[in-house]
Design a protein around this ligand. Sequence first.
Ligand code: ZN
Length: 257
Amino acid sequence: MAARIEKSAFHVPTLQELGQVLQGGLKKNFANVQVSVVDCPDLTQEPFTFAAAGICGKPRIADVGGVDYLLPLPQTEKIYNLNVIANQVELPGGFILGAGAASFKAMGVNAEVIEVRSSRRTGQSNFVSCMRETLEQHYGDKSVGMGGTFLIQTGKAKLHVMPEFSPCPLNSNEAVNNWLKFFDMSAPLISQSVFVSRDLGFDLRLEHTHCFSHHGEGGHYHYDTTPDNVEYLGYFVPAEYLYRIDRPEKTLKIGRD
Ligand code: ZN
């Protein structure tokens, strides 16, 4: 059966305006912040080693399935084909990056993205939450979606990986957290990230970041554990459209951190 697809346009500010908004918001949470509009570096090179050179073209966010297909017990028949998703978001053959359930998708050649450098965390929010919350405060009901990549250049971060599926139902955040395996992992970590400032009724995962490395560590990003010496360097672009694919009928609203 064909998956249900809902499409919605994001508010897309100019890169200059977004840069200024993010600069102001990150300043509340990091000692050093430098946001600029730059040419995207070649992401096929180290340390990124991505399949496409840049994040640009027709950037779109696809939120596919959801945690509610994993909880309380996994529906193992829910398997998605990235080639099919590329067609579903009307960019066949496009470059997809992102984190499991939420992927950010774009295609094209090099263009500008917003470069974000932040170091020494002084506030409570992680790097991605800080940017998302900043956009929500600034844009309110106008939802802004962004995706891209960032490096954790120094320090460590708390990440989780999923173990074997739990044989018993997971009905609470506490049960989910007891099932997941959490680790402190070391920089340099390469992250693929997506965030949406506000959910306008699509049951989205508002932010989702997965990290990998060339030293064998990786997982789902929660926050850095070394605020005094953490350094982030990221490249992001605003998305034009959201595609909500195969949204679960019912939601438990757990397991979204
Ligand atoms: Zn994840």
